[in-house]
Design a protein around this ligand. Structure first.
Ligand SMILES: CC(C)(COP(=O)(O)OP(=O)(O)OC[C@H]1O[C@@H](n2cnc3c(N)ncnc32)[C@H](O)[C@@H]1OP(=O)(O)O)[C@@H](O)C(=O)NCCC(=O)NCCS
Length: 226
């Protein structure tokens, strides 16, 4: 019988460096993921980092309106709408086997643009230990080395010093600012986003040895020619 990885090759992807491992989110991860979110994400003094304050919604499992139901649709949508010209990999980040955060990788019309975009977060208890930098370096390395990307974009709300530092340490350079809308429980809020971009010429690699499994099958699934 075929395995789940044979049917949906993103599940076979595994990127590891030292004690940190990135894999595509599975339903079995969801209870641990929900617990992680409940422990908090946003550090005091830093701006709300997301387009929606999904992580602050009332905790009400098993009801239609509260968290985690409000976020399940987003996590499942990334699989349900997966397409060669618009794909999204929601990667769990585990350190010493424990789920500590998520690192997302997204591309639209990758065959033509060869450009990906990233977003990421860690549970509060797991921030400030270098994991945020390493997970970003790993996913950018995947994009450049395995998928043949020529650029990786990202963005952070102006004032998010932690995200700015991660971008700088991964080799991103500033790529303009734009005004965006955040959806919060208080309504829509206009904020300034700093866009950043990293290319192979400026990319800073992790210092440890990186192993990648499942890249061949992923390339085939995404229709990427080497
Ligand atoms: C952004 C985030 C992923 C960074 O991960 P991290 O593991 O905390 O970062 P690292 O430990 O790799 O540290 C990277 C740099 O950020 C700095 N940093 C970390 N937390 C910081 C804070 N609260 N304020 C200022 N700088 C901070 C560190 O000092 C380090 O820089 P240095 O090595 O020059 O000292 C994490 O803080 C997070 O999840 N934040 C909330 C969600 C978020 O902002 N996501 C990004 C959306 S764009």
């Amino acid at each position: 019988m075929l395995s789940l990885e044979d049917i949906f090759p993103p599940f076979a992807l595994r990127i590891a460096c030292g004690t940190v491992e990135l894999r595509v989110l599975r339903d079995d991860d969801l209870p641990e993921l929900v617990d992680l979110v409940r422990g908090g994400i946003q550090a005091p003094g830093l701006p709300m980092p997301f387009l929606r304050d999904w992580h602050e919604l009332p905790f009400a499992p098993g009801t239609p309106d509260g968290f985690p139901t409000t976020s399940l649709a987003w996590w499942w949508t990334q699989r349900a709408t997966f397409a060669v010209d618009d794909w999204r990999l929601a990667l769990t980040v585990r350190r010493d086997g424990q789920l500590v955060g998520m690192q997302d990788l997204h591309a639209r019309d990758f065959a033509q643009t060869r450009t990906v975009d990233t977003g990421s977060w860690l549970g509060l208890a797991h921030q400030g230990e270098g994991t945020g930098t390493l997970m970003r370096q790993l996913v950018v390395g995947l994009a450049f080395d395995e998928l043949g990307a020529v650029a990786c974009g990202s963005g952070y709300i102006v004032g998010n010093a932690a995200s700015a530092a991660v971008s700088r340490k991964t080799g991103y350079v500033e790529n303009g600012r734009r005004r965006i809308v955040q959806h919060t429980t208080q309504g829509k809020v206009g904020v300034e986003e700093q866009r950043v971009l990293v290319t192979p010429a400026t990319y800073v690699r992790p210092t440890g040895r990186v192993t990648v499994q499942g890249a061949d099958a992923l390339r085939r699934f995404l229709g990427i020619e080497r």
